[in-house]
Design a protein around this ligand. Structure first.
Ligand code: AMP
Ligand code: GLY
Length: 424
């Protein structure tokens, strides 16, 4: 099978790493790939947002399956274009990707499907939004309707802060993405990310993971794309799994099908869990980053046939086997991230880390120049490890981190503290 993988972050490196192990793979193409990923296939000089070039390449080269990592090309209609050209695509059409690209749409689908989520109001004018805020209790949750690169959510402790967020978003802070906003009930609890693969009708559940969104230890500091992750997620008990499938994933997939927008790909349910009751915080139309890396480390089955079955409406009867081992991931980021940071610092020791048993390093934001590795972004490396327990997996991942020499990098030393505290 010839596969084209779209994207170039740590998530895509992990997907490519797993796909490359498939006996069903004949050739892997990467658009645009990254220095780690490029060792596993052929790098194309097609950027991930060039939908026309991707579609043309896939058609001309008789690609059997296109796997789309990031959300933006999906929201822009890459799935639609590929399917129209007769190419199988793992990833939803733009209409179904609205579950991620429009918070208002996601809320409307939840209401129709009866899926539990926070109560909300949607606004495009300041006065009614501010009036609605005054009927709520703090903390206030204000979200841009559209995609805002993970920056479109404000959790405000005071009415003043909440009013300011409403004012800024509705006066164009995120352009069209914040022309409309959602104000919703604050949900208390513990978060987990759960993933399920679907062809629009049949659903294959995956597993849950937890990530750390804040930059610094103790879950303090600014929000980031995620500084670490681990799985299993102790909060995601068998009872929570049952409720998540029955109350959230199955009704939403059925509702999308009923709307004539069958959802094809991976459904990422961002959950808030309290007293074993899951409620939806958000849906993403893609794998989580860095959660995907953890899933790929724990997955025993061949990924490629599952992705292909989902993309071709043949998922019925499929299942995925998972390793009993836990997995942990530590993000190594450039000093300064998520604020301003300098690119280009030299990194060494990645091969030493990879040589440790059960350690795999994924590239998230690296650059290769004259055979040397440099930092090329904020989140740069994902050091993963598997072991019999979360504690051992975390310890092993830090052995990998310790093997890497990168003075300009930083990372959190407390990945999985919540899970480890439970065990203690
Ligand atoms: P989102 O982009 O919708 O995932 O929101 C980013 C983060 O904000 C989530 O991961 C939660 O930590 C937090 N959050 C969003 N909505 C809520 C809510 N209604 N109640 C509590 N926390 C929330
Ligand atoms: N790890 C959070 C996300 O992928 O959105």
């Amino acid at each position: 099978m010839k596969v084209l993988l779209i994207g170039g972050g740590g998530r895509e490196h992990a997907l490519g790493w797993k796909i490359a192990q498939s006996p069903n793979l004949t050739k892997l193409y990467l658009a645009p790939g990254n220095p780690g990923l490029n060792r596993l296939g052929e790098k194309l000089s097609i950027p991930e947002n060039d939908l026309e070039a991707i579609t043309a390449f896939a058609r001309e080269n008789e690609i059997d399956l296109v796997v789309v990592g990031p959300e933006a090309p999906l929201a822009d209609g890459l799935g639609d274009k590929l399917r129209a050209a007769g190419v199988a695509c793992f990833g939803p059409d733009a209409s179904a990707a609205q579950l991620e690209s429009s918070k208002g749409f996601m809320k409307e689908v939840c209401a129709a499907a009866g899926a539990p989520t926070a109560a909300f109001g949607q606004f495009s004018e300041q006065a009614p939004a501010k009036a609605f805020l005054r009927e709520q209790t703090p903390p206030y949750v204000i979200k841009a309707d559209g995609l805002a690169a993970g920056k479109g959510v404000v959790i405000a402790e005071t009415l003043d802060e909440a009013d300011a967020a409403v004012r800024e978003m509705l006066s164009g802070q995120f352009g069209a993405a914040s022309a409309s906003i959602v104000i919703e009930e604050f949900m208390a609890g513990e978060e987990a990310s759960f993933f399920a693969i679907t062809d629009g009708t049949s659903i294959v559940p995956m597993i849950a993971a937890q990530d750390h969104k804040r930059a610094f230890e103790g879950d303090k500091g600014p929000n980031t794309g995620g500084m670490g992750a681990y799985s299993p997620a102790p909060v995601f008990t068998p009872a929570v799994f049952e409720r998540t499938m029955n109350e959230i994933v199955e009704p939403i997939v059925a509702e999308m099908r009923a709307r004539g927008m069958p959802y094809i790909g991976v459904l990422y349910a961002g959950l808030m869990i309290k007293d074993e009751r899951p409620r939806l915080v958000e849906i993403n139309a893609r794998f989580g980053d860095p959660e995907c890396q953890i899933l790929m480390r724990r997955m025993e089955s061949d990924l490629l046939p599952v992705l292909y079955a989902a993309a071709t409406g043949a998922l019925k009867g499929a299942s995925i086997n998972w390793r009993d081992d836990a997995a942990a991931l530590v993000v190594m980021a450039t000093e300064g991230y998520p604020g301003a940071y300098k690119k280009g610092s030299l990194i060494s020791g990645v091969n030493d880390a990879n040589a440790l048993s059960d350690v795999v390093v994924f590239h998230a934001g690296t650059k290769e120049e004259n055979g040397a590795l440099h930092a090329g972004g904020g989140r740069v490396l994902n050091v993963t490890a598997t072991a019999a327990s979360i504690g051992e997996a975390v310890a092993r991942a830090y052995e990998g981190v310790d093997a890497i020499d990168w003075p300009e990098g930083f990372y959190r030393r407390d990945i999985a503290w919540r899970a480890l505290e439970r065990d203690a």
